[in-house]
Every structure is written in structure tokens, then in C-alpha cells.
Design a protein around this ligand. Sequence first.
Ligand SMILES: [Ca+2]
Length: 179
Amino acid sequence: MRRSRERGAAGLLCLAVAAGCALSGRRSVPAPASALSAAPPQGVRVVLLWAAPVDLDLYVTDPGLETVYFANTPSGSGGKLVRDLACGQLAETTPTTFSEEVVWTKAHPGRYRVGVDFSDTCGRGEGEVGFRVIADAGGRRREAVGTLAPARFAPVVLEFDVLPTPERGAAGNSTKDGP
Ligand SMILES: [Ca+2]
């Protein structure tokens, strides 16, 4: 059974932006897929990648403090868990990299927060698992990597802001050539 996210914040033993964690073996962090498609122009796209056949869950909280995850999709703000992976699906695909993905096609401005839960070892007795979170928004990519032990929930592995959309016509050329 999947547990609620009412859990402690401990368990994230190694967290760094993009790099810096000394990881090895099954704790190794998967590289970002080169074929990762871009986020919608006014949207947000968050991908969780991991490399062990276990069940991790992606949580993305929007500026209105509503969280998109497997039990709340789509959210009131339009966020949707477009890729969801649980123990039951692991055998169907047998990839080397596992992933979940949350997308807003049109995202409200404000702060977004990404959490990761090590929900289930799927009977494999895995120890810590490395993960990578990639967030694309506003033409920028942010990444975080870390490791998580079974039954641990890391509520904030990455935060980012979506800026308000400029008034139509206000963006673009901003030449400052004087006379
Ligand atoms: Ca999952």
C-alpha cells in the first residue's frame, strides 16, 4: 500500500544541485535523458528519474500550495501527473531508468516545490536509491540529485519560481539605443 505523505523530512542523505554527491552502485544518479522534451512555453515540466526497480513518487506543490501526485491529479491549477510508475508496472517495461513526470501546460506564477518519496521497495530489499529531479520552466532548467532510503520522504529537493507572463507586446526587443 502507498502511504500518505505525512511523514518525516529525514532521509535525504545527500542532496546537491546538479552535482557534488559521492554516489556509487545502485545509489548512482541517472543521467538526464537526452531526449527529454521541452516544457510547454508557458508551462512547467518536472521529471523524476531513478535507476533501481523500486517505487519512488514525485510530488510537486504549486504556488497555491496544492500538491500534484498520484492521488491528486489533475490539480485545480491544471497540474497533471502524466507519467506514474508503481511496483505493478515495473515488470512491464524493464527499463534501466525509471521516471515520473508532472506537467502544467499553463502554469500560475509563483514558487513551485518538488518532493520525492521512496514509497515501496517492490520486494527487492533495495537500500538507498539515487534520483535526479529536472524542472523546466520559463526556458530555464533546474536540476537536483540525491539519495533516498526506503520509506523516506524528502519534502523539498528542489524549488523554483515561475515568473508572471509579461504583458503581450511588452516582451521582445528592448533596445536602448539613444538618439
Ligand atoms: Ca511511483
